[in-house]
Design a binder for this molecule. Structure first.
Ligand SMILES: [Zn+2]
Length: 1072
């Protein structure tokens, strides 16, 4: 850090004075030791006492350092005085609650502020926690510890010296106390000089020896500070060096290089790609295949790439299933520098030899082989070609400008030459089960092991640990520190343990962490923004501006809400009344969340950060505190609630005659479930106002729907799973598909209408900064594989427009299979692009289009309790209709709006995936120990496997065709590009999309640490029909399994006490 010539000085009265060159030094700075007998220190304690600066536990905040700190053999009782780098590199360790009695020098704090605000803030948080007994010693202002910089001295050297001087002074000052301050640093120069000065000093490793009963601390050491010389891998020739920033910039400027964000295929960590704009202005995908060409980039890193010669491009787009556990070169254990009788060796022997062979086979597709023959160059799809590498001449890369649209020679393929920005985060991991623990451990010396991330796109990570026995079978968090080019894998360190794999609470935390879902309880700061009346809050006509006319009183209207059973966060309510002119007044009333959530308050910022409520099978993680979400904002029946109303006049054909928007107060007359609303419609004896209102809504909704379909709106589909949870244990005991009711469609129709009307209004008023939602048209090639598979069935999808697609989907019916059309819609959905939020000023109006809904403009207005986008839209709408509405730059700043859109898109994607993972977790719990035989459909064909959707449970699993258990080598089925199928060598058996198959479902209940697939909690599927040699389950095995299955069924029938579903997934359609 550069030292300023100006200093900040706090006067005794507490004023802050900035003085230039004048540095006030004081004699009254205390040392922080709670029993110090020096006059100055006693006075400071007394003063703090008088001012009430003591904690309930009797800690004096002016002298928090304990008289009985931790004792070490070498130093006796001591205080730690870390230097700046110790904090920067090892903050995870210092955050552990057991690290108490630490002296933070003001020199160190100042340096930290300059080096890393993040670490600085984390240190401040610890200091604030009085129980930790950390103390800031203002050595820069102490007459006896302040030093001037010498002319020959660099600012860094001066600070290092200031730190040594301070420690030496503290040492002298505390001499009567028998407590020793110890400088903690890993800087060799500093260590040497400290020894010369007679200052007590130790390295991080040394101080952790004091905490030997906490081996996890050692594991948490950033590997940067560990001697990495041993991490080189004998079978590994190293990664290419990154280009220099200057070279990269020159390459980007000349159009030779491209940049983009690396995305790794979900099933194959060796297959990456970036989407990037080419010099011709078109966005294209560039594949980046294999470890070498990814060159140490990890999922999400922003990379700079170079396009490889066409001979290296890949032709087949289908993905092979590759798990990191199939990694072919065993990681040789590192001999740690210390005397270490324990060693970790990979499970050698037949198994790994076999797996090596298999992996090679599975990674070489037929397409790749053909390519090899043609070009003579080995395809880089796998690392198995490493040995040939040296003999290959360095191919001449090509200019991105020369990449045309002719992809007959394959897709553009590139390699990473530099990293723009790392996207490393903490990863949830487990120990690599391929490492077997051999030999007796006689010491707890650290060993190097590799860990596998729950996220299959992340490479193995190497860490050093002393807790091998503890970590086995556990989930834990690691952080990545570095990835030197000599090391095959990134190097990281242990952060914290999460718990046993397979444990529901642990797995739920894992999925929240892995999907970046903020799930901590709301802070006091956020809660203080809630209405002071709490649950007692009631509508007040004066405060809520009904008296002043800015809010309309709609309490006499017969409004009701219709939701899934058990819904407590009711965002929306509706009404319809026939008007004297024969038209209808229809109202959609949405919770007025922005009345309670004001811009830039702590609560608003938290909601913006969370962006969405996350729904898991057994819990909901709210975007807003419960008081608002399920009470004050929730449009419950029989209470006055504030709303934002969208009111149309519709003619009997459901054409919009007029639309107005109002802040309002409503009094809902009924909270109905879909089923209850449906029953009212169907029961002719019911003629009350609410029922008539629902009937009118239903009549109009059908017309709206019909028109929407005629305009080309798509009816897409996704398999939905629902669990019934057993009352007490919350273990799932039954899964079933959800059914869609007419009334569900009714609500959907009016929510869409409201969103469309609001989108038009806010765009009209804020053409540059309206928050809208678009759904881009999918490129035709997204449907290639699907079209291939449909051809033999005599079906073709028209993908020219959404209307053409919708109509061809309607026609695609197989009389022999009633499920076929639904299956086709599920697969079509997967060809779609993702809908996304955007700021209107960043796109042309043509790009606004929502393809799936076939509407020119769209936004989200109807769920402000659970989506932050809707909160923003409410503010925009209010500003659009109320001339007196006060708003700030949050509604007009295009850049900020765009940034918020990116956060919203990220969080929404993550929330959806977290929901799916939660379903997967419960599916596995449901099937654990069970064996179930079911039929399913092939939904995806890959190079060495295929996925199967089981309609009766709505779940999907994978059947591997190149086996994973050593018995079916070579592959029973091989991928054929032409037909996009898997075919047996004798050509007698073929598996393709839409094939109906019979499978056995089961979840391993072996000890979870035994293998990777059980640690990854995968559902395993075994093929029963068709019978394919060396792949399908044998008749004898099947007989035994069937017998076992019928036994389980018998047991299940005895089970009682099944309660109705607890799942409250919001209906999929409301999320369009
Ligand atoms: Zn003292």
């Amino acid at each position: 850090m550069l030292r300023n010539k100006s200093f900040v000085k706090r006067t005794r009265k507490g004023n802050i004075v900035r003085t230039v060159k004048e540095h006030y030094l004081r004699d009254d700075i205390a040392c922080g030791y709670e029993k110090c007998t020096s006059k100055v220190c006693e006075n400071a304690r007394k003063e703090a006492e008088d001012q009430g600066k003591t904690t309930a536990n009797g800690i004096n905040l002016a002298a928090p350092l304990s008289a009985s700190p931790r004792t070490a053999v070498e130093w006796g009782p001591h205080y730690l005085v870390p230097d700046t780098n110790a904090f920067v590199n090892q903050i995870d360790i210092f955050e552990r609650p057991i690290i108490n009695n630490v002296i933070v020098l003001s020199t160190v704090l100042d340096e930290l502020r300059g080096l890393s605000m993040a670490v600085y803030n984390r240190v401040r948080v610890i200091i604030k926690d009085s129980e930790r007994r950390w103390f800031v010693f203002s050595n820069e202002h102490h007459r006896e510890t302040f030093i001037d910089r010498q002319t020959s001295e660099s600012p860094n050297d001066r600070n290092d010296r200031a730190i040594r001087v301070a420690v030496k002074w503290l040492c002298k000052h505390l001499v009567g106390s028998s407590i020793t301050p110890i400088l903690v640093t890993n800087d060799e120069n500093n260590i040497r000089k400290a020894c010369e000065d007679g200052v007590n000093v130790c390295r991080m490793e040394g101080f952790l020896k004091i905490y030997s009963e906490h081996p996890e601390l050692f594991d948490m050491m950033g590997s940067v500070s560990i001697n990495d010389r041993n991490s080189a891998d004998p079978g590994w020739s190293g990664y290419p060096e990154y280009l220099t920033p200057v070279q990269i910039q020159a390459g980007l400027n000349s159009g030779m290089f491209l940049q983009g964000t690396l995305q790794i295929a979900p099933y194959n960590y060796l297959e990456g790609s970036i989407y990037t704009e080419f010099p011709d202005g078109k966005e294209r995908r560039v594949l980046i295949l294999g470890r070498k060409d990814m060159n140490r980039a990890i999922q999400g890193d922003k990379v700079v790439i170079q396009i490889l010669p066409k001979s290296s491009w890949r032709v087949a787009p289908s993905t092979a299933l590759v798990d990191e556990d199939e990694d072919i070169v065993p990681d040789v254990s590192e001999k740690s520098g210390t005397t270490d009788t324990t060693s970790i060796v990979p499970d050698t022997g037949a198994n790994s030899e076999e797996s090596r062979k298999r992996a090679r086979l599975s990674q070489k597709s037929t397409a790749n082989k053909a390519q090899e023959k043609k070009s003579g160059v080995t395809i880089v799809g796998s690392d198995s070609s490493e040995q040939d590498e040296k003999s290959q001449p360095e191919p001449e890369p090509i200019k991105p400008a020369d990449v045309g649209d002719d992809l007959s020679e394959g897709e553009p393929t590139g390699r990473v030459v530099g990293i723009v920005r790392r996207n490393w985060r903490s990863y949830c991991v487990f120990l690599d089960p391929n490492f077997m623990h051999k030999g007796v451990r006689t010491s707890n010396a650290p060993v190097s092991v590799s860990v596998l991330a729950m996220d299959r796109r992340i490479p193995k990570i190497k860490i050093r640990t002393r807790q091998l026995d503890i970590l086995s079978g556990q989930r834990f968090v690691v952080a990545v520190d570095s990835w030197p080019k000599e090391s095959r894998y990134p190097l990281g360190h242990f952060v914290r343990a999460l718990g046993d794999a397979g444990d529901k609470a642990t797995e739920t935390e894992v999925l929240l962490l892995e999907h970046d879902v903020p799930f901590q309880p709301f802070t006091q700061n956020v809660r203080s923004d809630l209405p002071a009346e709490g649950e007692k809050w009631i509508f007040n006509p004066v405060r809520d501006q009904v008296s002043s006319g800015r809010r309309r009183d709609l309490r006499d209207i017969n409004v009701c809400s219709i939701d899934p059973p058990g819904c407590t966060d009711i965002d929306d309510a509706l009404h319809a009344v026939e008007l004297p002119n024969g038209n209808f007044q229809v109202g959609v009333h949405i919770a007025d969340v922005t009345n309670f959530v004001k811009p830039n308050t702590a609560m608003d910022k938290e909601a913006a950060y969370r962006s969405t409520t996350v729904y898991l099978v057994d819990r909901r993680i709210d975007m807003l505190p419960e008081l608002l979400g399920t009470n004050l904002c929730s449009l419950r029946a029989n209470v006055d609630r504030l709303a934002f109303s969208c009111i149309w006049e519709l003619d009997p054909e459901a054409n919009i005659v007029d639309v107005t928007f109002h802040k309002s107060v409503i009094h809902s007359k009924a909270s109905l479930t879909y089923e209850a609303a449906q029953n009212r419609i169907d029961d002719p004896s019911m003629t009350d106002a609410i029922t008539n209102s629902i009937r009118s809504l239903n009549m109009l909704a059908k017309k709206l729907r019909k028109r929407r379909m005629e305009a080309g709106a798509l009816t897409l589909s996704s398999p939905e799973v629902r669990f019934r949870l057993e009352n007490d244990s919350q273990d799932p005991v039954d899964v079933e598909m959800k059914a869609l009711k007419e009334t569900n469609a009714l609500v959907e129709e009016f929510m869409l209408l409201a969103n469309i009307s609001v989108a038009g209004k806010i765009y009209q008023h804020f053409p540059d900064s309206a928050l809208l939602r678009r759904h881009p048209e999918p490129p035709a090639q997204n449907f290639d594989n699907l079209q291939h598979a449909l051809k033999p069935l005599g079906i073709q999808l028209e993908t020219g427009s959404s209307l053409a697609l919708a109509q061809s989907l309607d026609r695609a019916v197989l009389p022999s299979d009633p499920y076929f059309n639904n299956l086709l819609r599920i697969l079509t959905t997967r060809c779609m692009m993702q809908a996304q939020y955007f700021c209107s000023g960043t796109c042309t109006p043509e790009e606004f289009r929502h393809y799936g809904l076939a509407t020119q403009i769209y936004t989200h207005f109807t769920s402000p309790i659970r989506r932050y986008a809707d909160v923003m839209v409410h503010r925009l709408l209010h500003a659009s209709i109320d001339r007196d509405a006060v708003y700030g730059s949050e509604l007009t700043d295009k850049t900020k709006m765009n940034e918020q859109c990116e956060i919203l898109n990220h969080r929404h994607r993550m929330a959806q995936q977290a929901g799916r993972s939660s379903v997967e977790l419960y599916t596995n719990l449901f099937f654990k120990g069970k064996t179930v035989e079911e039929f399913g459909y092939v939904t995806q064909v890959l190079q060495n496997g295929f996925s199967v959707l089981i309609p009766s449970y709505g779940i999907e699993g994978i059947v591997y065709t190149a086996s994973k258990d050593n018995t079916k080598d070579p592959a029973a089925l091989e991928y054929e590009k032409e037909s996009h199928t898997l075919t047996s060598p004798d050509k007698k058996s073929t598996i393709g999309l839409f094939n109906r198959v019979q499978v056995i479902l089961k979840v391993d209940d072996k000890p979870v640490s035994a293998n990777v697939s059980s640690m990854r909690r995968k559902l395993s599927l075994q093929l029963v029909e068709p019978q394919i040699p060396r792949l399908s389950i044998s008749f004898d095995e099947l007989k035994a399994l069937r017998a076992a299955a019928s036994a389980t069924k018998q047991n299940e029938q005895d089970e009682e006490k099944i309660v109705e579903a607890v799942t409250k997934h919001p209906e999929q359609i409301r999320n369009v």
